[in-house]
Design a protein around this ligand. Structure first.
Ligand code: NAD
Ligand code: UDP
Length: 311
């Protein structure tokens, strides 16, 4: 049975990934400092082959015993989170990734970095293939996240090339689903929570900016497939179906049956105008593509937030 470390395990994606790995025969160590995560996300894993370690991976990691695989997901991910904790965000992407790579090297473990579509910044190429180097403002407010992830990618490739470490880099595009925090500020959770509470849906700018939303189950199967059968080059994972933010707001209103109005709020600085993954590489090499459409994924996510509100 492989022993696998998931950093950021108490977060949104980390908790789904941990559960999937347990279901597929892994013994899982979940590590998290709970800066944006919550043990409620992993409570249901108690009693399974799962151990939780509360630790900030920016500090040296001491983990006894063998380790086969590492999935490095620790990092604030929502714009309001990384704007609130900019220095911790820079530190976990740089020092944290260095510590986790060092652990992988010491244990001879395969390593996967959760990178992001934000490495493309406000893209001038659309949709974004992995070969595009991006258009990032290093000194803007989002730079703390984007540059930390770009550094983390460079460090991962250096460990791969210099130390021969077996590595993967996944560039994750906007992902949503159950266990997002109701107030994590991301557009899907914001709109659903606002709609369920009869509050106005806050569209930033005129809502013509686009995103492409991937349901979390699709993402997790892609991540594990890439981990098992992929290579060291960065790989996009996401749903290429692109929507404007206004279209998303209208769909959330329709699916919740809410009568909330839509209001416009100022567009955040450096907010990317467009975003859509080019998933040609993963489709051709691994045959992966997402299966859950936005309507179906939103229904499942709305159900989750309804239950949370009722609890
Ligand atoms: P999240 O905030 O729900 O989860 C991140 C987890 O990492 C949290 O539990 C947090 O407490 C933990 N963490 C942060 N800093 C830490 C540290 N120094 N030490 C230990 N734990 C730490 O966010 P998420 O959406 O689940 O994102 C997970 C990963 O996926 C992140 O690396 C993020 O950059 C990446 N990602 C997510 C998306 C998305 O759409 N959700 C898109 C691109 C990339
Ligand atoms: N957004 C919005 N209203 C909100 C939250 C976000 O219009 O209440 C917009 C935001 O400006 C961006 C898009 O929705 O254009 C996606 O934002 P999110 O924070 O989910 O992630 P991003 O893709 O910007 O990292």
């Amino acid at each position: 049975m492989p022993r696998t470390l998931v950093t950021g395990a108490a977060g949104f994606i980390g908790s789904h990934l941990s559960e999937y790995l347990l279901d597929h025969g892994h013994s899982v160590v979940g590590m998290d400092n709970l800066i944006t995560g919550d043990t409620a996300n992993i409570q249901h894993l108690t009693g399974r082959d799962f151990v939780f370690v509360k630790h900030n991976v920016t500090n040296y990691i001491n983990l006894a015993g063998p380790l086969d695989f590492i999935f490095h997901f620790a990092s604030p991910a929502s714009p309001i989170d990384y704007l609130r904790v900019p220095i911790q965000t820079l530190k976990v992407g740089s020092l944290g990734t260095h510590n986790v790579l060092g652990l992988a090297k010491a244990k001879g473990a395969r390593f996967l970095l959760a990178s992001t579509s934000e490495v493309y910044g406000d893209p001038l190429v659309h949709p974004q293939p992995e070969s595009y180097w991006g258009n990032v403002n290093p000194v803007g407010p989002r730079g703390v996240y984007d540059e930390a992830k770009r550094f983390a990618e460079a460090l991962t490739m250096a460990y791969h090339r210099y130390h021969g470490l077996d590595t993967r880099i996944v560039r994750i595009f906007n992902t949503y689903g159950p266990r997002m925090r109701p107030h994590d500020g991301r557009v899907v959770s914001n709109f659903i929570v606002q709609a369920l509470h009869g509050e106005p849906l806050t569209v930033y700018g005129d809502g013509s900016q686009t995103r492409s939303f991937c349901y979390v189950d699709d993402l997790v199967t892609g991540i594990v497939l890439l981990f098992e059968r992929g290579d060291a080059d960065p790989t996009n994972l996401g749903n290429p179906h692109e929507f404007t933010v206004r279209e998303l707001a209208a769909l959330v209103l329709k699916l919740t049956g809410s009568r909330s109005e839509i209001v416009e709020r100022p567009l955040p600085v450096d907010d990317p105008r467009v975003r859509q993954p080019d998933i040609g590489r993963v489709r051709e090499t691994l045959g992966w593509e997402p299966k859950v459409g936005l309507e179906e994924g939103l229904r499942r996510t709305i159900d989750y937030f309804r239950r949370l509100t009722a609890a």
